[in-house]
Design a protein around this ligand. Structure first.
Ligand SMILES: [Zn+2]
Length: 197
């Protein structure tokens, strides 16, 4: 699946909006990305998962590990595409752990799969968890790479495969060119809505 086809999945479901947005970080941007809007469609999620699986199969993974919540659905679909199991890590008191009886065997070949990678922080934390039980991280992956200057690079020397690279600018409100033009700002996303309520 080429990046243009991926972009169509996002734009066709309202998962990638253009306009003037206040992000949960407080920064302003002219793009807004909400992966859940595309992944709510199982057929689209399956197609994206199959495309990632095609990029990952050369690493011969035996299990997909995703960080909850963002990586859950796409991780499941990548597992389907690879024909292997898919498990997820959850934060307990801020630290990723395996719950629900999930476990890795020493030497298992793991791909870490997320929806969007922005800083790579949670990706690295899942690497640490996988390695702490003696399994091997052979590759990492996500639908969208929005790591700014790091786009397209490995994550801590682990090969990284993405379907779409998105270099989205974000500005402090006082430096925002859209504010300077007087365009009204909107704040999508549940975190801000919860604050307003
Ligand atoms: Zn602005």
């Amino acid at each position: 699946m080429n990046p243009e086809a991926v972009r169509k999945h996002f734009e066709g479901t309202g998962a990638l909006l253009s306009g003037h947005f206040k992000l949960s970080s407080g920064l302003h941007s002219d793009r807004y990305l909400q992966c859940a809007k595309v992944l709510q469609w199982p057929a689209r999620a399956e197609a994206l998962g199959a495309a990632l699986a095609a990029k990952l199969s050369a690493f011969s993974p035996t299990v997909v590990v995703s960080p909850a919540m963002g990586g859950l659905i796409i991780g499941q679909e990548v597992g389907r595409g690879l024909g292997c199991r898919a498990i997820f890590a959850e934060r307990t008191e801020g630290v990723f752990t395996f719950r629900r009886g999930f476990a890795l065997e020493p030497g298992e070949r793991v791909v870490v799969v997320e929806d969007v990678v922005t800083t790579g922080k949670s990706t690295r934390e899942v690497f640490d968890l996988v390695r702490s039980v003696g399994a091997e991280v052979v590759a990492t992956s996500g639908i969208v790479d929005r790591r700014g200057a790091e786009i397209g690079k490995p994550i801590d020397s682990v090969p990284a495969a993405f379907l779409l690279e998105l270099d989205v600018p974000a500005w402090k409100p006082e430096a925002c060119p859209l504010c300077a033009k007087g365009e009204p700002v909107v704040a999508p996303g549940s975190r801000f809505l919860a604050q307003k309520a």
